[in-house]
Design a protein around this ligand. Structure first.
Ligand SMILES: *Cc1c(COP(=O)(O)O)cnc(C)c1O
Length: 370
């Protein structure tokens, strides 16, 4: 046994993305107690930075001490009770997981399923909500990392709200990469992840809840089935203005890292970060097209931060990805679900979203495919 020293990689898959030296340095600072006044101050600042990133005034904006999947579970388990009906829009793997969470809470899911690589149709949501008047919430994924599709969050939320429904949105891959306006779009519950466009270490899930959502949580009939994710309990630790009490030991150093990555986002500015993702995506598109590769998703709703490319005729999926990793230190993602073996997923997330990485990726692929 000896010290583990990983080889340097370029992470251009579906996450985690490259973590900058600045964030890694933050992680290495001395650990504080999780109730140390200095750390409480850092938690408050992290909340403020998250409000900036989410574009919200929601007081309940914090990070769940677990990965994006736990953020998903936190949103659904707190809002949904046995007997509730939820419309779940599915156009990839992560929508399927939302449905699974709803049914495990004793809820009934009405599913709107779209083809892989297609958007959820707002018209279809409108029709389903007109045909069902007992729907409590509408849930969907903003940036479907399994297909590279951007759903029209603003329109889907507007329709849900016209029908008096709560809105639950997966923003794991969208936060920091494309426009996301929690308050303006009337999103009631939203979760993200630290390791995608925030380029922080994996293992944290930023979440935000509207006043409407909080009202629903306070007036539940049944206790939240998960003790760890019960927001009524978590708030005793994270909630501003409360006397902080022990709930669980926060991942102190990871919060340093999250704070630093959010600070970098704020320094760059949200608009600039979105523009960078868009411009660098255009460079990647040109490069990939120059070597004959094509996208699986229509240009109108392609995600700049997650590019799904059809595997060309004659190329072996695992061999190509293996060679990229071993010869060029480059990680790209395999296809998931219906895209397994048919597509690659090339991420341009956060710190990994640079012209330099685009060049490295296109040239490595050109070499391996030749
Ligand atoms: C990555 C991802 C998740 C899950 O996040 P984990 O941190 O892996 O638990 C959920 N939804 C989407 C859209 C994702 O891309």
């Amino acid at each position: 046994m000896s010290t583990f020293i990983p080889q340097q990689r370029t992470l251009m898959g579906p996450g985690p993305s490259d973590v900058s030296a600045r964030v890694l340095n933050a992680l290495a600072r001395p650990t504080l107690g999780h109730l140390d006044p200095q750390f409480i101050e850092l938690m408050d600042q992290t909340g403020d930075l998250l409000r900036y990133a989410f574009n919200t005034q929601n007081s309940l904006t914090m990070s769940i001490s677990a990965p994006g999947s736990a953020g998903m579970e936190a949103c659904i388990v707190n809002l949904i009770e046995p007997g509730d009906t939820v419309v779940v829009c599915i156009n990839g793997v992560f929508g399927m997981r939302m449905k699974e969470n709803v049914t495990r809470c004793g809820g009934t899911a009405i599913v709107i399923e779209s083809e892989w690589g297609e958007q959820t149709s707002p018209e279809e949501l409108e029709n389903v909500l007109q045909a069902n008047d007992n729907v409590k919430a509408v849930a969907f994924v903003h940036a479907e990392t399994s297909t590279g599709v951007r759903n029209d969050a603003q329109r889907l939320c507007a329709i849900a709200k016209q029908h008096g429904c709560l809105t639950i949105v997966d923003a794991v891959t969208s936060l920091g990469g494309i426009e996301l306006n929690i308050d303006e779009w009337q999103i009631d519950a939203c979760y993200s992840g630290s390791q995608k466009c925030l380029s922080c270490v994996p293992g944290l899930s930023p979440v935000t809840f509207s006043e409407t959502a909080l009202e629903v949580i306070r007036n539940r009939q049944h206790p939240v089935q998960s003790w760890f994710l019960d927001l009524n309990l978590i708030l005793g630790y994270w909630g501003a203005g409360t006397k902080r009490a022990y709930h669980h030991t926060a991942p102190v150093n990871s919060i340093y890292a999250l704070h630093e990555s959010l600070l970098m986002l704020q320094e760059e500015g949200l608009e600039n970060a979105f523009t960078r993702h868009k411009k660098v995506h255009e460079l990647l598109r040109e490069g990939l097209e120059s070597i004959g590769l094509t996208f699986a998703v229509d240009e109108a709703y392609r995600l700049p931060q997650l590019n799904v490319i059809l595997i060309p005729e004659g190329a072996d999926d695992a061999t190509v990805r293996g060679r990229l990793l071993n010869e060029f230190g480059l990680e790209i993602g395999a296809g998931l679900g219906k895209f397994a073996g048919k597509a690659w997923r090339i991420g341009l997330m956060g710190s990994a979203c640079t012209p330099r990485n685009v060049h490295h990726c296109v040239e490595s692929l050109r070499h391996v495919l030749a």
